[in-house]
Write a protein that binds this ligand. Structure first.
Ligand SMILES: [Zn+2]
Length: 236
């Protein structure tokens, strides 16, 4: 495991999509599940760290894209964990609906290739959340109180998770950290205007540590970096 801050680490060697492990006295919490191929690696990582799969009590979902919930069905089956997400993401987790894509006319050539792929790609096995959250709801049992922050735009029910005393933010794909900070990829983002506002909402939290869905965690100067980024993508 790669430690980030006390009680929070990430699984190394996953292909796409970061997965985080939160360790609390009453058990373990995963944030997202990666692609389908990640599930056996996550279970192996847990065992290597001395944990039985049944110690995972909760799986928090940021959003229902295949690189975040591809491994969800397998991990839920292996751990018996409660799956938790924002209510607005449930239709996409349960397979009742496909996540919206960006309007075709807004996309360049590369975006159109990605959109064509996502339009027809097989969906992960439907795995509805067991517990649905509303914006602002707190999970007292996780990290001494983890608050869900609705951050729609990339997907309608995209969730970030925020620990205000320790100033740790799990931001999913609301902000990416690949080559510097960026907005999520255009093609799988149904509402980019909303995504910009969500990025600004996260910057206002002034986090000290940011755990991204893609890219390495920020543990130094995170508040300033997010503030600068949010201003750049919300000019005026
Ligand atoms: Zn995504």
């Amino acid at each position: 495991m790669q430690p980030i801050v006390s009680g929070v680490s990430t699984f190394p060697g996953l292909r796409v999509g970061r997965v985080y492990l939160i360790e609390d006295p009453d058990g373990l919490t995963l944030v997202d599940c990666g692609m389908a191929s990640a599930a056996p690696r996550i279970l192996a990582g847990l065992r290597a760290a001395g944990h039985a799969p049944a110690e995972v009590k909760r799986i928090l979902i940021t959003h229902a894209h295949f690189d975040h919930v591809g491994g969800l069905a397998a991990l839920k089956a292996a751990t018996g964990a409660e799956v938790i997400a924002l209510a607005a993401e449930q239709p996409y987790l349960s397979g009742a609906a496909r996540l919206p894509l960006a309007p075709w006319e807004d996309l360049g050539p590369a975006g159109r290739i990605m959109a064509s792929f996502m339009r027809t790609a097989p969906l992960p096995p439907p795995t509805p959340a067991d517990r649905l959250l509303a914006d602002g709801e707190v999970l007292p049992e996780v990290l001494g109180g983890l608050r869900v922050v609705a951050t729609p735009g990339h997907t309608p029910g995209h969730a970030a998770y925020w620990q205000p005393e320790r100033r740790v933010l799990f931001c999913g794909d609301a902000i990416m950290h690949m080559r510097g900070l960026s907005l999520p990829f255009a093609a799988p983002t149904g509402d980019m205007a909303e995504a910009r506002r969500s990025a600004a909402r996260l910057a206002e939290l002034a986090p000290e540590t940011v755990c991204f869905g893609h890219g390495p965690a920020l543990t130094q100067g995170a508040a300033g970096a997010l503030r600068t980024f949010a201003r750049k993508v919300n000019p005026g």
